[in-house]
Every structure is written in structure tokens, then in C-alpha cells.
Design a protein around this ligand. Sequence first.
Ligand SMILES: C[S@@+](CC[C@H](N)C(=O)[O-])C[C@H]1O[C@@H](n2cnc3c(N)ncnc32)[C@H](O)[C@@H]1O
Length: 257
Amino acid sequence: MNLLARAWDEAAEGYEAYFVPRFAPWVAAAVEAVPPLPDGPVLVPCCGTFPEAAPLLSRLGRREVVGIDLSPGMVRLARARVAGLAGVRVEVGDAAEPAGWADRCAGVVSVFGLQQLPAPDEAIATWVRALAPGGWLSVAFWPEVSEEDGPFALMRRVLDAMGGARSDRAWEGRLVEAIAGAGGEVVRDEFPAFAMEHRGAAECFTAYADSGPLRASALAKGPEFIERVKADFLAAAPEGPWRHTPRARLLVARRAR
Ligand SMILES: C[S@@+](CC[C@H](N)C(=O)[O-])C[C@H]1O[C@@H](n2cnc3c(N)ncnc32)[C@H](O)[C@@H]1O
């Protein structure tokens, strides 16, 4: 199993408890961006524990809704969540290359997975090609800069100061072009921001490191690295409850041809 899948396996229960409720407004925004759809399946790449499933069914009516996630631990929790939702299923797989979906879907909806893929612009083009003509894509992801101030911004500053190489984010500027190249027409390109609250910096750090995006670095770089990040993070963080308003990027597109 690759390191990212292992990290999300280990993070799954904590992610579900801590981040899923805090990220719910963005899941709602991505689902509500999809207009009423014709018959046909809806694919949900990087579904994690699958918080998209029930909102999609209530918005779009009963239909086949298929989640794909790399992490068997996430998929186990997702299956528990959707048990009893007719037509909904979850597969372990690579969402960057969902096999057998070309030209079939009424919709593709994905939340907070795109930025983790090795080539996000290529993946989003593949997702557009998974749509039947007239189908809709709604994808929310974390951009490189999601806030100027707040725990996400502080984490970025701490990691930068430690000299870690930033991942190449040039792909963010290529997404609209990638969608168009695959036959899609972008109808919305927005930065929805919602408030989120943490009881304190220590709780926030633990969630980030144990159940969030830092888990893969913890596996790759070891506990000493995480302890250094923690010390710098807590030294610069405010005391007491921490409220911030990060912005994601939401792209909504229709497959025109
Ligand atoms: C931050 S979670 C988001 C989960 C869910 N969509 C949500 O909004 O709560 C990101 C998920 O992407 C999955 N993921 C990362 N790379 C993937 C890939 N190549 N294929 C499928 N899933 C992937 C991870 O396993 C993780 O469950």
C-alpha cells in the first residue's frame, strides 16, 4: 500500500470525527452547485468517509452514486455510512484514473481530494471525460493559499520555515484549460469561505497531524519532525479558541460535447 493510502487509513476515524463536521459547508456547496440532472450515475472521486452521499441523493433523487477512494480504512467507514442508501456503493481505487467510466456519468462531484493527486489537471480532465454530454462536474479543493491568517496559514508558514520543499502548484492555473480541453465549459470558478472553530491550537495541531494532511508527512519524516513542527506551531499560535474562515476553490463545469 502506498504511503498516502496508509496515512489516510490511519487518519480515517479521526478525520471523520474532527474534519467531516467542520468541512460540511463545503460539501453542501459542492452538492448544491449541481443542477437537477438527467438519469445516470454520479461518481464521487476521493470520497473519504463519503459525506457527499446522502446530500447528493436528497438533491438529485435516487440513482447510482459511486464513491472511489484509495484508502481501505476510509472505504470501510464510507460503507458503514451508506449502508441502507439504495444505489450507493464505494470502491477502493485510484480516483485519478477511474476505470470504465468514460462518457457515462450524469455528474462527477469531488470534495478536498483533487489537491492530493499527483497530476490534478490531468485528473480533472479525466473526470470531465467521465461525464456523458450534458453532465455536470462540481469539484472543491484546497488552493495553495486558503487563508492569510489562521491555523492553515500558520501551518504553511511553519513548514516553509523548516525548509520543506513546497509542492508544485502550477496545476491550479491549468485547471480551466484542462476542463475545456476535455470538452467541458466552466460555469463557476469561486472561492467559498466558511467559518471553522477549534477549541485551541493544541487540539487543532493534533487533528492536523493525526487525522489530517500532516499524517503522510508524519509517516515519511518520523516523530521528531512532527515534534518540531508542533513546537513551532504552538509557539506562534494564539491562546484559546481559534476561529478562522478558510476559502476553498469550487469549479463547476458542464460537459458540452
Ligand atoms: C481530505 S479527504 C476528503 C474526503 C471527503 N471527500 C470529504 O470531503 O470529507 C481526501 C481523500 O482523498 C483520498 N485520496 C487521495 N488520493 C487519492 C487517489 N489517488 N485516489 C482516490 N482517493 C484518493 C484519501 O484517501 C482521502 O480519503
